[in-house]
Design a protein around this ligand. Structure first.
Ligand code: BGC
Length: 497
């Protein structure tokens, strides 16, 4: 059931804080990020024209997507495996209060990087007294190697990090083990706050033999081998970490959304609205990890999406993620460009060999091209030359920008529909928006952070679906890298001491 009416409304992005709040129409300003698409008649470009039509996401269609997502959320809450969305019970029933004290650690594994952080918490008055972090990139071969290699690497880096700790700034209470909040950003069937088994890999990871294994046990084994006497007190998803870390500073945070290499959304749910929860008498709230990347209904999938999916490491899975997240946008564009080349719509006669290389172009390249404001699209020309070694004339450059815009617009608008489904779910139980209560969605991920056009499309869709009156109470707050703090805080909340 729809809670809202459709209405388009403008938003303003302030350049410093990449968050948005509703702004009344007359204040629409130059800050508003506009699409860099230049109009060109596409009648001579049948492949492009068809692609644009197939990718269209008018408001009524987005409403269908939001409703289908809401149905799948309900089905997943009713029974395990009830819908596309896992709706994972995270065992996070208590969010940080601000009173947490002591030294805690966060390990973050989820994309191309691995991060380790120490946080000295000083309670309500002092909050975060000291924090230190290190980031390392995960060697590609470890992403598709064995679990011993992957967790051995993590444990050795953790051991190096702890060995360098400055005792003056970080103080572990006597008799205590070092406790870790482990952010593991893949679908995990959580069995308690500190254990869970991997459901499947996503985002280009495919470590052998791990599906169905307890990821905390894998880390424990590796830590033992490296002589590390540490304990995982909380196993959390990055969306949960983002929600928890943001809630530490802002009590109105009700959801955590990730729009980066991969995507996900987690939110605060009433326990008595979760039929699959075993303890039926429970009251209060808990955090649900939706794993919305797995959504697959009524999506505008083109032949390019289908082929990319077929050749991916996880065919048939995470179809929504493959349309809206940073890992895939460039690859969809590449496939369309290749098809346009074959149809004689781009780049002349000789095959640009690099155009055949999967994942040659990244979402950050698309963004740079969309931001080219020069008359001759000179950066578009040089980006195409650098990546694909092609000389593109102005007509070709314009067409390429149109393809980028089509993919990014579809992705951003579908992500907006997803956020609306989450907000409406929260609204069902809390009536926050209808009663005018500020409701914050904590947002993290490089795609949201660094792609203004994507952000704008997402925000437009959100307001179109929610309507001005409700949208004015929604705040999308960019909370960069807060999931590490959130994981450390959840380790504190679930400390064994
Ligand atoms: C994973 C989620 C994760 C998201 C963002 C997805 O591929 O399934 O668990 O939260 O990426 O990192």
């Amino acid at each position: 059931m729809s809670l809202i009416t459709f209405a388009a409304s403008p938003l303003v992005i302030t350049p410093t804080v990449r968050s948005f709040t509703f702004t009344p129409p007359h204040r629409r300003s130059n800050h508003t990020v506009m699409s860099a698409v230049r109009s060109e008649t596409t009648s001579t470009c049948p492949v492009l024209t068809k692609f644009q039509n197939d990718c269209a996401t008018p408001t009524p269609f987005l409403r269908e997507v939001a409703n289908a997502l809401a149905d799948d959320m309900q089905a997943g809450l009713a029974v395990h495996g009830g819908g596309d969305l896992e709706m994972i019970l995270t065992y996070v029933d208590a969010l940080p209060s601000g009173k947490e004290e002591g030294l805690f650690y966060a390990l973050d594994l989820g994309g191309t990087n691995f991060r380790v952080r120490s946080v000295q918490l000083g309670g309500e008055e002092e909050r975060v007294v000291a924090t230190k972090s290190e980031q390392l990139s995960i060697p590609q071969k470890l992403m598709i190697g064995t679990s011993e290699e992957l967790f051995g690497f993590i444990a050795s880096k953790l051991a190096d990090f702890v060995a360098k700790e400055e005792p003056g700034r970080f103080r572990l209470e006597q008799g205590r083990k070092r406790e870790i909040g482990f952010t593991f950003s893949f679908p995990v069937h959580q069995t308690s706050i500190d254990s869970g088994t991997l459901i499947k890999w996503t985002k280009g990871f495919n470590v052998s033999g791990m599906e169905g294994k307890n990821v905390v046990a894998c880390l424990n084994e590796a830590m033992e081998e490296h002589g590390l006497d540490m304990r995982v007190s909380a196993l959390v998803n990055d969306g949960v970490g983002t929600l928890a870390g943001a809630r530490y500073w802002d009590k109105d945070v009700m959801a955590g959304v990730i729009l980066g290499t991969g995507t996900n959304a987690c939110y605060v749910e009433q326990k008595n609205a979760i039929p699959k929860l075993q303890n039926k008498s429970s009251s209060g709230t808990t955090i649900i990890n939706t794993e919305w990347g797995g959504f697959s209904k009524c999506l505008p999938r083109t032949i390019f999406d289908q082929e990319m999916d077929k050749e991916s490491l996880n065919p048939g899975e995470h179809l929504y993620e493959k349309m809206i997240s940073g890992m895939y946008l460039g690859e969809i564009v590449r496939r369309v460009l290749l098809h346009m080349f074959k149809a004689g719509e781009l780049f002349g006669q000789s095959v640009p060999v690099k155009l055949c290389t999967p994942f040659a172009i990244k979402s950050q390249d698309l963004c740079k091209m969309q931001e080219d404001n020069t008359d001759d699209l000179s950066s578009v020309g040089s980006i195409l030359y650098n990546i694909f070694e092609v000389e593109a004339d102005l007509k070709a450059r314009r067409r390429v920008v149109e393809v980028c815009d089509t993919v990014v617009k579809r992705g951003g608008r579908l992500a907006g529909a997803g956020i609306v489904a989450i907000l409406e779910r929260i609204e069902r139980e809390t009536k926050r928006l209808t009663s005018g209560q500020r409701t914050v969605v904590a947002m993290d991920g490089a795609l949201y952070e660094r792609y203004p056009q994507y952000r704008q499309y997402m925000q437009d869709a959100l307001v179109e679906l929610l309507g001005d009156d409700l949208a004015r109470h929604v705040h999308i707050k960019h909370t960069k890298d807060v999931s590490g703090l959130g994981a450390a805080l959840l380790a504190a909340t679930n400390s064994i001491y």
